[in-house]
Design a protein around this ligand. Structure first.
Ligand SMILES: [Zn+2]
Length: 311
């Protein structure tokens, strides 16, 4: 179980830029072009500095294919983005991605994280519901050491997480899956308050359905559930691919894992769809510790005065 059908050795698919444009167009405008300003459904094709633009026949507003998508502002060819999405079906490191698609490490890192950001937005929209199963666990250094040949860094201290799934009781099929790290590293995954918080943030509980939540205990070795297996799979992937992950970005990787686990062979198609619908995030916000502080926006007016200062 969990073995990937894809192997990097199989070689990477070659996509034409036109095919990628077509796929992104469909993802962004599934019902056909629509002007982002006036919602008019018809456009002229124009090009500016080699870039293809869509000009609204009604209000003349120009927009690009990537505007309003995760790929907005990118200077990387679309086909490389699609190759990155292809590779996210396995889930690889930025180092390997940069080698395989021939971009710098920083670009590869940013691409992977932008894709994860789209997944994170998707995850927020889909809380768990119905019959639930939950399991409290620890993401710990020992796991990394056990599974990784790379030798994990000492920064991987145990961090409590909760694995939760919506399950069709009769068949045991999982319809939704989430693994969330707890905010406090000092928390215990078996703490009922933590469990309650997890449910509040990530599940819809209609009425009194507390009886429909099955809570598994990580320490109970006789009661191995599908959630235990999924958790082990996630930990192995983090260890083998990245040599373990520190707490700062752990959640993004866990979301990526759950996304792939849910969609399996449809992962890439779903990912393209998400990219077309999700606004991008910039590097500074991805790495930023300065949460809450608005960076100064240099508009045209400011740019002028800045030029003056410079000259
Ligand atoms: Zn318009």
């Amino acid at each position: 179980m969990g073995g990937s059908r894809y192997s990097i050795g199989d070689g990477m698919p070659v996509y034409s830029e036109e095919d990628c444009e077509g796929a992104l167009f469909m993802a962004k405008w599934p019902n056909g072009y629509k002007c982002p300003r006036c919602l008019h459904p018809h456009h002229y094709n124009v090009s500016s500095r080699g870039r293809r633009l869509f000009e609204c026949m009604s209000c003349r507003h120009q927009t690009s294919l990537t505007a309003g998508t995760v790929l907005e502002g990118t200077r990387t060819p679309l086909f490389k983005w699609f190759q990155a999405m292809y590779l996210m079906q396995i889930g690889i490191s930025a180092t390997l991605l940069s080698e395989l698609i021939q971009v710098t490490y920083k670009t590869a890192w940013l691409m992977n994280h932008k894709l994860r950001y789209a997944i994170e937005q998707w995850d927020r929209e889909l809380p768990l519901q119905g019959q639930l199963q939950v399991l409290g666990e620890f993401y710990a250094y020992e796991y990394s050491r056990r599974f990784s040949s790379m030798g994990a860094e000492a920064e991987h201290r145990a961090h409590p997480v909760i694995v939760g799934a919506s399950v069709v009781e009769s068949s045991g099929t999982m319809t939704r899956l989430k693994i969330k790290r707890m905010e406090s590293a000092a928390g215990s995954p078996n703490d009922s308050c933590e469990l309650e918080r997890f449910l509040q943030n990530h599940a819809i509980l209609a009425g009194d359905e507390s009886h429909e939540i099955k809570v598994f205990d990580r320490r109970n070795r006789r009661e191995r559930s599908a959630l235990h297996a999924i958790w082990n799979e996630a930990v192995r992937w983090l260890a083998r691919t990245f040599g373990g992950i520190g707490p700062k970005h752990l959640q993004a990787y866990l979301d990526e894992f759950c996304f792939r686990r849910m969609f399996r062979s449809d992962t890439m198609i779903e990912l393209i769809g998400l990219c077309g619908m999700t606004n991008t995030i910039i590097y500074r916000d991805l790495v930023g510790k300065r949460g809450g502080i608005q960076p100064i926006k240099w508009g045209r007016k400011h740019a002028k005065s800045r030029q003056k200062i410079a000259s």
